[in-house]
Design a protein around this ligand. Structure first.
Ligand SMILES: [Zn+2]
Length: 138
């Protein structure tokens, strides 16, 4: 049956909604309407009542301390991106001699930003995964 008429919702009617418990798009029964649109729905699978969602919610960014480090990294990078050519980043090597605020490229960790020269043979480098202590002047 093909109808071009705008669908009319009714309490007790069927609707496909995102179930916040099952984490799936499933058949629901409309529980409440607001302005003729579904507001609350009851999942036919788990019988849970929740707000009606017409699509899968977007994944939330991961939280925790990792996020802070990553933000630090991104802040540094976005500040540098405007006037720095990353293709010119110096390759990291244990034999290298690095300076504070230099950009380097590590074969495993990727682009890094020298936070500090801790001592003549140690540098603290901020990578995407967080800061790491690496050797230099070996
Ligand atoms: Zn459910």
């Amino acid at each position: 049956m093909i109808q071009d008429v705008k669908e009319k919702y009714a309490v007790g009617g069927d609707i496909v909604s995102w179930c916040t418990k099952c984490k799936l798009m499933l058949d629901h029964t409309i529980v409440a309407l607001v302005d003729d649109l579904p507001k609350k729905a009851k999942c036919k699978t788990c019988n849970g009542n929740h707000n009606y969602r017409d699509q899968e919610p977007k994944a939330k960014p991961p939280g925790g301390t990792r996020k802070t480090k990553k933000t630090d990294f991104e802040t540094h990078m976005s500040r540098l991106e405007e006037d720095y050519d990353f293709s010119k980043a110096k390759k990291y090597s244990m034999k290298g001699n690095f300076k504070k605020e230099q950009i380097i490229e590590h074969s495993d960790f990727g682009i890094g930003f020298i936070l500090n020269v801790v001592e003549s043979k140690k540098v603290e480098i901020l990578f995407k995964d967080g800061p790491k202590l690496l050797v230099q002047n070996r």
